[in-house]
Design a protein around this ligand. Structure first.
Ligand code: EPU
Length: 428
């Protein structure tokens, strides 16, 4: 088992390059199942959720090979429907995109229910509603979702809520459906736009991605292409927040500043300086960081995926801050870990209340989930002493080489290998 060890207290300084977006790369990788031919995907982050996805696709017959560190060729010409590995599928969330791509390509699909970070109940009813509208007969039994049909057909779909996963899944299935699909109340996240751009580069006819109405004219076939994934806005936001938390100054490159606007606005509001360039942002902390209130919202609002990192930063701010988590019912497991580090932080319903200004102290903690793990890393970077972080595989699901990147900014951070923990004997 590996742990991350941080000797905190050093402000971050220098320049760091952001990797490709995990949450854009995942749907694009699964969407390539629709393509008979080779897709060359550039700017793919080296993270475990992507490696797991490659294993899932190889298991159904995809030929996948690395052309350079972040460039992969995927050839799904010979994939077989319904044969994906149950355990691999349930180990990540993004595997649910295989439903949309198998349904779109074969007219039927059989995929295990997805896993992913534990934020309480994460239903997929909107995905199912979309597949049913496209003519699928959907059943969930024995841990699998199965879709049967005579082929996906275009339809009008109005989602009950803004769902990134449901929007992408239905868009993927509809790309090769018979007829026109209109998705209303679609998610507007940049990764939805990125997947639409990828599919269009393969010959799809999708318009409106990035707005709340997406129109998809189904095409008979998609062809291979070369496509570069957008930069990861959450990785970039995490480095921006870590810079301010440690009172440092960092130029963050390979970003799309527009995607970072909600984070940039909050950082400026609390006393940091953010300078925007064409494909970079320069973040410099102010001496005094002030309290604020944050509400997580669908894009272009403040991302739920930046909530735990922002909470860690606000532990270092002056005054009492509030974070209202409006997307996930229980994205608060990191709070307990920050409390171990001396943070005055509590959860009241869906609101996190943070009394800032109390210095944090090093403690043994764990990554409770992907972003919660990075929140404790940020907390550890701010305080003197040695913090050991366990369960770091959860961080490595979505951050490409995070220790090396932080080290290059002056952080005293390393990974160590420790013997696997022996479970406590259970009382009968
Ligand atoms: N929801 C439903 N029914 C559905 C789908 C969603 O009720 O059928 C609810 C969810 O429970 C949640 C809200 O709608 O309350 C939004 O969920 P959404 O579908 O947008 O989230 P997701 O597709 O499960 C993706 C990302 C998450 C990110 C969210 C929100 C991937 C693989 N996952 O999840 O990423 O938090 O969108 O932006 O893209 C992460 O990267 O750390 C992460 C958790």
């Amino acid at each position: 088992m590996e742990k991350i060890v941080i000797n905190g207290g050093n402000p971050l300084f220098g320049q760091v390059e952001i990797s490709g977006s995990k949450n854009a790369a995942l749907p694009i990788i699964y969407a390539s199942v629709l393509v008979k031919g080779k897709c060359v995907l550039e700017n793919i982050p080296d993270v475990s959720d992507i490696r797991t996805s490659f294993e899932i696709l190889r298991g159904i017959g995809a030929k996948i090979r690395m052309l350079a560190r972040n460039t992969w060729e995927i050839n799904c010409t010979d994939v077989i429907c319904g044969e994906s590995d149950y355990e691999l599928v349930r180990s990540i969330r993004g595997s649910y995109y295989l439903l949309g791509s198998e349904f779109g390509r074969f007219g039927h699909a059989k995929v295990g229910l997805p896993g992913g970070c534990n934020f309480g109940v994460r239903p997929i009813d909107q995905h199912i509603k979309g597949f049913e509208a496209l003519g699928g007969r959907v059943s969930t039994e024995g841990g699998y979702v199965e879709i049967e049909s005579e082929g996906a057909v275009g339809a009008n779909i109005f989602f009950d809520l803004s769902s990134v996963g449901a929007t992408l899944n239905v868009m993927i299935a509809a790309a090769t459906a018979d007829g026109v699909t209109v998705i209303d109340n679609a998610a507007r996240e940049p990764h939805v736009v990125d997947c639409a751009n990828f599919l269009n580069t393969c010959g799809a006819q999708i318009s409106g991605a990035g707005s709340d109405v997406i129109k998809i004219k189904g095409v008979k076939e998609l062809h291979g292409c070369t496509y570069a994934i957008i930069p990861d806005m959450i990785e970039a936001g995490s480095f921006m927040v870590a810079t301010v938390a440690t009172r440092g100054s960092v130029k963050i490159t390979n970003v799309i500043p527009k995607h970072l606007e909600s984070v940039t606005a909050k950082l400026i509001e609390i006393g940091a300086d953010v300078e925007e360039f064409d494909d970079a942002v320069m973040v410099t902390s102010g001496e005094h960081i002030r309290r604020t209130s944050v509400k997580t919202l669908p894009y272009p609002g403040f991302p739920t995926d930046m909530h735990p990192q922002m909470a860690a930063l606000l532990c270092t701010a002056e005054g009492t801050s509030y974070i209202n988590e409006s997307i996930f019912e229980n994205r608060f497991r990191y709070v307990e870990e920050l409390r171990r580090m001396g943070a005055k932080i509590k959860v009241d319903g869906r609101i996190v209340v943070i009394e800032g200004g109390t210095p944090l102290t090093a403690a043994p903690v764990i990554a409770t989930d992907l972003r919660g793990g990075v929140a404790v890393m940020i907390a550890a970077l701010t305080c003197p002493g040695t913090t050991e972080i366990g369960q770091i595989r959860l961080i490595e699901r979505g951050y490409d080489d995070i220790c090396a990147k932080l080290r290059s900014l002056g952080a005293d951070i390393k990974k160590i290998t420790v013997p696997d923990e022996i479970p406590f004997p259970q009382a009968n």
